[in-house]
Design a protein around this ligand. Structure first.
Ligand code: CP
Length: 321
């Protein structure tokens, strides 16, 4: 099984991931028990190749993989990419070093993970972010955060989540929209006009024209960072300052949250304090931002367990002919 966008998973696989994430009995199930009971040199390998910076995703995959009984092979920052080796060849070489069961990739090249998963169908590829396209494990962690906030995933249908900020460049927005709509939540967008998506795929998505309207209609607001690095002229300081000025009228403040006490605020991180959220809004009681990080780790552990279980079932079926 590959996970490149949320639609690669069935509702039943997703609810299994959610249930395993919150199960206090976690660790007693067969696949995990087997992986943990193996001697170190027989544990399956999980490889991570991050060709873009990361704190949350990379570290939580490492922590989750160790907990789930994997050995981890990580591409170092000082790899031979600087000598001109391509990302594709880097992945190929990593896959030769050992029998890799799961390969986690982050790249600004949107098609790299598709090409590699076609070339190596026996490896499970997990997308940790491909350009502005998708970031499915961020969305799954955020789904877990929402499911826990609303006291169970069965309470999610009808909830309104509005994603505000630089939606245009956001792989998180794409994955959250796809995943949350699978659970019949309403997902709308808003933000400065220049930062909203123009693709016809979003023609039926409601785009809010001002912050107040968005706050009043939402159960949860998800703020997004301005992804300057994905813009045409990322190093242009004038452009950068202009975008940040435009974002000012969308920034969520303590006053906003005071007016809507039931509203919760999320952000996938990294946060640029004072641009998307004030310090008080980010650090206050209505913020779910650090919960999202914890959920991301718990969900990734559960996802790896589901992968192991499904892999073992497939191997068993194969051996039975
Ligand atoms: N949300 C997220 O992907 O964070 P990192 O870039 O730190 O992994």
């Amino acid at each position: 099984m590959h996970l490149i966008s949320p639609s690669n998973l069935t509702i039943s696989q997703i609810t299994r991931v959610l249930e395993y994430s919150r199960d206090p009995d976690y660790g007693n199930r067969r696949a995990l028990q087997l992986a943990r009971s193996l001697p170190f040199y027989e544990k399956p390998w999980l490889a991570t190749a991050f060709f873009e910076p990361s704190t949350r995703t990379k570290l939580s995959f490492h922590a989750a993989a160790s907990d789930a009984g994997f050995r981890v092979l990580d591409l170092p920052g000082s790899s031979s990419l600087v000598k001109g080796e391509t990302q594709e060849d880097t992945v190929r070489n990593m896959l030769e070093i050992s029998d890799i069961a799961v390969m986690v990739i982050r790249s600004k090249d949107e098609t790299l993970i598709y090409r590699m998963s076609e070339e190596y169908p026996e490896v499970s590829f997990i997308n940790a972010g491909n350009g502005s396209s998708h970031h499915p494990t961020q969305a799954l962690g955020d789904l877990l955060t929402l499911a826990e906030h609303f006291e169970g995933w069965r309470n999610l249908p009808g909830k309104a989540v509005t994603i505000l900020g630089d939606v245009q460049s956001s792989r998180v927005a794409n994955s959250c929209k796809e995943l949350f709509e699978m659970f019949n939540m309403t997902v709308c967008f808003g933000g400065p006009k220049d930062l909203l998506p123009t693709h016809p795929h979003f023609s039926s998505t409601r785009l809010y024209e001002n912050k107040e309207e968005a706050l009043a209609a939402s159960d949860v607001i998800m703020m997004l960072r301005i992804q300057h690095e994905r813009k045409k002229f990322p190093s242009d300081a004038i452009d950068k300052a202009r975008r940040e000025r435009q974002m000012q009228e969308w920034k969520v403040t303590e006053d906003d949250l005071f007016r809507y006490p039931d509203l919760r605020v999320m952000h996938p991180g990294p946060v640029n304090r004072g641009v998307e959220l004030t310090d008080e809004a980010l650090d206050g009681m209505q913020s779910l931002v650090l919960k999202q990080v914890r959920s991301g780790y718990r969900m990734r552990k559960a996802l790896l367990e589901v992968l192991l279980e499904d892999r073992q079932t497939a191997l068993l079926r194969e051996s039975l002919g």
